[in-house]
Ligand binder design. Structure first.
Ligand SMILES: *Cc1c(COP(=O)(O)O)cnc(C)c1O
Length: 369
């Protein structure tokens, strides 16, 4: 019988995630599996929590990775904080904020949205005006909108909110690539993903709740309508002197996240952010030389997710297949309003290196001849 795993090729992952994984993270995944209540494994969990606090720049006690991808982190934040009828404002300028709207709506929240054109950031004056009209329990925004390559003004939004409003932020694509300061930016609920700028294996979602958010969860009128993601239950496994079974943690995946966080902190967060910025500038200048345009205005571009117009003379689907099959490079196609119009070039985590940018530019140049 043929084993398909033997024929996996190394692909340079330059799409919207997952990003390429460094060898030490692969090695970590192959470490010996321990029991999920083994005291040594609990030590590893505590190590993950404290490294995650450092990377998220927070002292929040409730800081740990949810067992599930970024969307499970998103669902954790919404399902724990929302009760039916709660007023929620979602700021939408891309695909992932639409997913937030879907989740909040399913939970029976009174959902309002402000929509901004794809490729542009959330407008602060528009938000400020809306906040004067209505009191919201939660305001939610995506920091780095992966569908459009746009950075949203999270610190400035935080300053617009009063003390009674919870600030819920998606940092799936931003964490580990640009600054995320959970405490300074007065964020109350935040989630991320292991497989984007942290370059860990897909399957874990670092989340953090402020004390104010924890109070809201603790004082709910009704229990959280989702058993698996109910923080009050999960924390009996992730916190306290005596841990008890909730679900079997994805042990080896957590080793991978441990190693990825360890490497980011060892390199130094500032160095990590600089590496992303340098790779981004290198890509932009190379694309400009090839006369490929970037639709997002320079001031709002994300370093780790570059939206480019599909170069003239190259077919969307065929072009991406050539990159994959001939050059062993994966890039992303457009989502939603951007489908068929753009490609998304990820420079996330371990992928964000000049030699990878050069490999992509060389391939593109050959395809344009
Ligand atoms: C990828 C992504 C998600 C969803 O994460 P999954 O790991 O695919 O579930 C959510 N928000 C943003 C901004 C993302 O880029």
């Amino acid at each position: 019988m043929k084993n398909l795993l033997h024929d996996i090729e190394e692909i340079l992952l330059m799409g919207p995630g997952p990003s390429s994984i460094a060898q030490p993270v692969y090695n970590a995944l192959a470490s010996k599996t321990l029991g999920h209540l083994d005291p040594y494994f609990i030590k590893i969990m505590d190590g993950i929590k404290s490294m995650q606090q450092e990377v998220m720049q927070t002292k929040n006690r409730l800081t740990f990775p949810v067992s599930g991808t970024g969307s499970a982190g998103m669902e954790s934040c919404f399902v724990n904080l929302i009760e039916p009828g709660d007023a929620v404002l979602i700021l939408i300028n891309g695909y992932f904020a639409m997913r937030m709207q879907e989740m909040a709506t399913r939970l029976g929240a009174d959902v309002d949205t402000l929509e901004f054109e794809w490729g542009t950031p959330v407008n602060l004056e528009t938000v400020e005006r809306q906040l004067k009209l209505k009191q919201y329990k939660i305001v939610a925004v995506v920091h780095a909108e992966t569908s459009t390559g746009v950075l949203n003004p999270v610190p400035e939004l935080g300053r617009l909110l009063d003390q009674d409003t919870l600030f819920l932020v998606d940092t799936v694509t931003s964490l580990g690539g640009i600054e995320v300061k959970v405490d300074d930016w007065r964020i109350d609920a935040v989630y991320s993903g292991s497989q984007k700028c942290l370059s860990g294996p897909p399957g874990l979602s670092p989340v953090s709740f402020s004390d104010k958010a924890v109070d809201v969860v603790t004082n709910r009128k009704k229990p959280v309508p989702n058993w698996y993601l109910d923080m009050s239950l999960v924390l009996k496994y992730w916190e306290g002197g005596k841990r008890s079974y909730h679900h079997t943690a994805p042990i080896n995946n957590l080793y991978g996240l441990y190693q990825a966080l360890f490497m980011a902190l060892e390199e130094g967060l500032d160095n990590v952010f600089t590496r992303h910025a340098v790779a981004h500038r290198h890509l932009v200048s190379g694309l400009e030389a090839l006369e490929v345009s970037l639709p997002v205005a320079a001031a709002h571009r994300l370093p780790m997710l570059n939206v480019i117009s599909i170069p003239k003379g190259i077919d969307d689907v065929q072009g991406r297949l050539t990159l994959l099959n001939k050059y062993k490079i994966e890039v992303g196609g457009g989502l939603g309003a951007f489908a068929g119009k753009v490609w998304r070039i990820g420079l996330m985590g371990h992928t964000a290196r000049p030699e990878n940018v050069d490999r992509f530019l060389t391939a593109l140049k050959e395809m344009l001849i």
